[in-house]
Ligand binder design. Sequence first.
Ligand SMILES: Cc1cc2nc3c(=O)[nH]c(=O)nc-3n(C[C@H](O)[C@H](O)[C@H](O)COP(=O)(O)OP(=O)(O)OC[C@H]3O[C@@H](n4cnc5c(N)ncnc54)[C@H](O)[C@@H]3O)c2cc1C
Length: 533
Amino acid sequence: MTQEPLFTRRADIFARLAGNQNYDIAIVGGGATGLGVALDAAARGFSVVLVEAHDFAKGTSSRSTKLVHGGVRYLAQGNLALVREALVERTTLLNNAPHIAQPLAFVMPSYKWWETPFYGVGLKMYDALAGKARLGKTEFLNREEVLGLLPSAQPDGLKGGVKYWDGQFNDAKLALALARTAATYGALLINYCNATELRYEKGKVAGLVCEDTLTGQQYKINARCVVNAAGVWVDELREKDGASVPGGEIKPTKPMVAPSQGVHLVVDKSFLGSDVALMVPKTGDGRVLFAVPWLGKIILGTTDTQRKDLELEPLALKEEVEFILNESARYLRRAPMRSDVKSVWVGLRPLVKAPADDGENTQKLSREHTVIVSRTGMVTVTGGKWTTYRSMAEDVLDMCAENSLIENRNKGVTKHLALLGANKTGITLRSLSLPPGLHSYGDEQSLVTSLNGANAVICEGLTVAMVRFAARYEYAITVEDVLARRSRLLFLDARLASDVAAKVGQILVEENNIDPKISQFLELAERYLHLPV
Ligand SMILES: Cc1cc2nc3c(=O)[nH]c(=O)nc-3n(C[C@H](O)[C@H](O)[C@H](O)COP(=O)(O)OP(=O)(O)OC[C@H]3O[C@@H](n4cnc5c(N)ncnc54)[C@H](O)[C@@H]3O)c2cc1C
């Protein structure tokens, strides 16, 4: 393995694909799940190719609430094994990517006398379950202590509260760190490359056909094992696979995913005025609501609304926006208004339905995620959460080995595998609550500053050199790739992102000479500003 950053020039990537079409594992989907599998498999010495139809983390994986967490709500359901596993993975992630995943203190204010002891005991149990993976001590707070930590909390009726610890992260940056680290182990990762068909030999899946969505050029890939990690879209490939069964009556493939959408609103930091997050354990609809300080702004969210369609860019519903604003107003001294919202973004949860009754081998393991192997040998994984991407990847590779698709090899190599940028020596780590900047690059900062335009500031937290870095080493092609997922400006301030789009596009053309799709980005940014009436 080399620690030198690898160039991500598109022409070189496709030349490599054309030169070698034989892989141990071919992965469909470049979100948390697929990228986690790619890194685990590549670090174990397997040859790996991953195709992503859009950009890495364009799907759900850039739209999370940005929490690295054990799942307090699973505690309430008594699913202790699940919480314990996620708490261990929480610490693994914070250790392996400290520049983009860090501990965060949360305060849960109480407005009823019973809330502090009731939730406090639960959160003490959360601590106990974490054991050595504990990030800090859960503390009972009186009214003054709550207001000391969260001066913006609604003081009327405040009785006290509980402080506890979890983590936060930069989800899309983590996705890119996984992709780039997997590449250093020899994996070939390709964005804007759609898996259009599966390929079969003697009734078994033996690879796929993919298409460069920028040129229309098609490529064949042969693989011993095909992993469908397409998030909420896994059923599209499963349907194609189901229809492939030769002879006999074909039962329609039963969908695995029941999508549910979650909305986030971003407002100015002053609404919270603290580096500590606010957690509301039970909103009017029985959910958990967070106000999280993130990259210089506050994320308010989220909702849980069932959907039937699978839009790539889902829009928030009026009721969801109103719900978040109304609930926030109950707990914050100054209520955020619609006009305060700087960006609104929506993610689709890949919630897994009851296991399909169509002959598939299902591994449920009382987890949030499910791994299935079809009759033809295609492995599908979906569900779960970002926090547990690494243990999900291990489950997938276990399942591949159990089904003799690949051999069982070196499990656990990613447990202590630092991701690119994670070397702490000689760099100062800065909180993810602070506005973005050079520090987000961890130990790659000097590489960024060595590029042309290091002092040419486009806007706060974004320089010309950072755009060049994104184009050269982070697979960025379009303005959206840079402003949504390398920098997170679209998620933080969609208006400002629009304002700088042309400048970013101009640098991308200089670097890649590929259309950076400026006008499409401007339309997208309007959607991130759109609050339904
Ligand atoms: C609102 C919300 C909040 C959340 N908050 C948290 C949180 O705070 N902490 C946490 O740990 N988890 C959180 N999660 C969960 C977490 O974000 C998801 O579990 C995770 O991102 C799912 O990743 P994925 O790779 O399975 O799916 P995705 O990220 O959607 O990736 C699937 C990819 O497959 C690609 N694809 C589809 N079809 C094809 C094809 N034919 N060819 C090639 N590519 C294809 C898509 O373009 C997509 O990029 C949250 C989820 C939501 C919705």
